[in-house]
Design a protein. Structure first.
Length: 505
């Protein structure tokens, strides 16, 4: 039976406290271009294997790469959104290594002159904010995909799909700024914030299941107070945020365990095995000189004019952090609610399109709780939901619940509002149509409610006696009976007020 990673530390807290973990992340993001970085082949995911290929991306002799301008522009958008300096001049290099998924025997990447450097992201864990530095962001081509399962000879042979080969990537390398025993939590927060920014800027769909976002982690530990870094280990195969946290916590404890037992750590690459809950050694870690980098002779250096850079900067959307702050200031909603509503740009747009005559705070709660729950149940996107339930109808749901000012003489209870919301998504009808057809309008007529209350009181003399003798708990029984008698449509506040008045008289 598959095991999960240990949830509790295997090493005593006082031993863990002697060390400081240090983590840096290398994140690869596939850019959302229609064609590859150096040729015109499609980047569409899911096409039959080896159909989106040509002599250029297959590395056939005599072919020459041509740089995709759109890929450079998207990389600039990502760089500027991450507070990086986009340099006037950058250059591609050949990163040489042999592997079946690399048909040329080298990868076109950037080395000593990357596109951008010196950025940062601010993240928060348990109320504590930390600025994580970004060393560099550079462009490169993706490798092909090795397939090891699902074929008749998978036990003895590997199969390769070259469709992915040549897809434009950006690699974002963080500083080793995630430190301490909560470093895995900061790594999770950093990756979450990075993914959100990539979505907001439109440079990637960051779909981890399809490989659009891939993360490797560099982990080391050192005695607390030491200036020197410990031996670094790279952890790969981190294909979910949850696995990232688990793998990092496991690896930190493994390092400390080795050092405490007097052993020595090897600089290597390890894979996270989720089924077994541990990392396994993959290979000794290559160093930069093993790749024999040298300038790519078939591509000119990249020149970014100040005019182009500023044009890209002006095209950036409002980013998540700024949007959260604006939602709090403009709509008076709590920061945690603003964080939920700005999770994606489309969700934030849906909320803002819904703000009208409805109370923004109530509207925010309806979307964050009711709408997102329905979306999860139906396994659909916010865009699909918006087609079923337009923003104006969410506004109407909130207005219909208003107890202060009946909407056109009609109000509905909270439970009815939930029911109406579900029917809107199922039928495509408006809130008013559903309320009218089902006779779901809330009863606000005090005389009608009083009549129902008197009937309930008359039928329950024993409970009336209990209430009069000081049993306050029986009051809920009466409320429930009145609501049942009115099919849940009586105004709850009016029911409470009238019940208490008649029972106390």
């Amino acid at each position: 039976m598959p095991k999960s990673a240990p949830e509790e530390p295997l090493i005593a807290p006082e031993v863990l406290a002697k060390y400081e973990p240090v983590i840096g992340l290398e994140v690869h993001v596939q850019l959302l271009t229609r064609t590859k970085i150096f040729c015109g082949c499609s980047t569409r995911f899911g096409d039959p294997p080896n159909t989106n290929v040509c002599p250029v991306c297959l590395g056939l002799p005599g072919t020459l790469p041509v740089l995709n301008k759109r890929a450079v522009e998207m990389a600039m958008r990502a760089s500027l959104a991450l507070n990086c300096t986009v340099h006037d001049h950058s250059r591609f290099a050949r990163k040489n290594y042999f592997y079946p998924d690399l048909p040329k025997g080298y990868q076109i990447s950037q080395y000593e002159l990357p596109l951008a450097t010196g950025g940062w992201l601010e993240v928060e864990v348990a109320g504590a904010k930390k600025r994580i530095g970004i060393t560099r962001l550079h462009l490169e081509e993706d490798a092909a995909k090795n397939l090891h399962e699902g074929f008749s000879q998978s036990a003895t042979k590997a199969y390769i799909d070259y469709n992915r080969c040549g897809t434009p990537l950006i690699e974002i390398v963080s500083e080793p700024d995630m430190r301490g025993m909560d470093a895995p939590d900061y790594a999770h927060a950093y990756l979450t914030a990075l993914r959100q920014i990539m979505l907001y800027t439109g440079v990637s769909d960051v779909n981890m299941e399809e490989g659009s976002l891939r993360c490797d982690a560099n982990v080391s530990v050192r005695p607390r107070g030491s200036k020197e870094f410990g031996t670094k280990v790279e952890v790969k195969n981190l294909n979910s945020f949850r696995f990232l946290q688990k793998a990092l916590k496991y690896e930190i404890e493994r390092h400390i365990g080795v050092l405490e037992s007097g052993g020595r750590l090897s600089q290597e690459t390890r894979l996270w095995n989720q089924a077994e809950g541990h990392t396994v050694s993959m290979r000794s870690k290559e160093k930069a000189h093993d790749y024999r980098y040298f300038p790519e002779p078939d591509l000119l250096p990249v020149h970014i004019s100040s005019a182009w850079r500023e044009e890209v900067r002006r095209s950036l959307p409002e980013l998540p952090e700024a949007k959260r702050a604006r939602f709090v200031a403009a709509y008076g909603i709590m920061p945690d609610l603003a964080e939920v509503l700005t999770d994606t740009q489309n969700l934030a747009n849906y909320f803002e399109a819904s703000v009208g005559s409805a109370d923004p705070k109530k509207l925010a709660n309806v979307i964050a709780n009711w709408v997102l729950a329905r979306i999860k149940e139906r396994d659909i996107t916010i865009d699909k939901w918006a087609q079923l339930v337009p923003p104006s109808q969410i506004t109407r749901i909130v207005v219909l619940q208003s107890a202060e000012i009946p909407a056109g003489g009609i109000t509905i209870s909270t439970s009815t509002a939930r029911e109406v919301l579900g029917k809107m998504a199922e039928t495509g009808r408006t809130a008013d149509e559903i309320v009218a057809a089902g006779g779901l309008a809330q009863i606000n007529d005090a005389s009608a409610i009083e009549q129902a209350v008197r009937e309930v009181i008359a039928k329950n003399p024993d409970n009336v006696a209990k209430f009069k003798s000081g049993n306050e708990g029986v009051f809920k029984f009466f409320v429930g009976q009145v609501m049942k008698a009115t099919r849940g449509q009586a105004n709850p506040q009016a029911v409470n007020d009238i019940l208490r008045k008649l029972l106390s008289s």
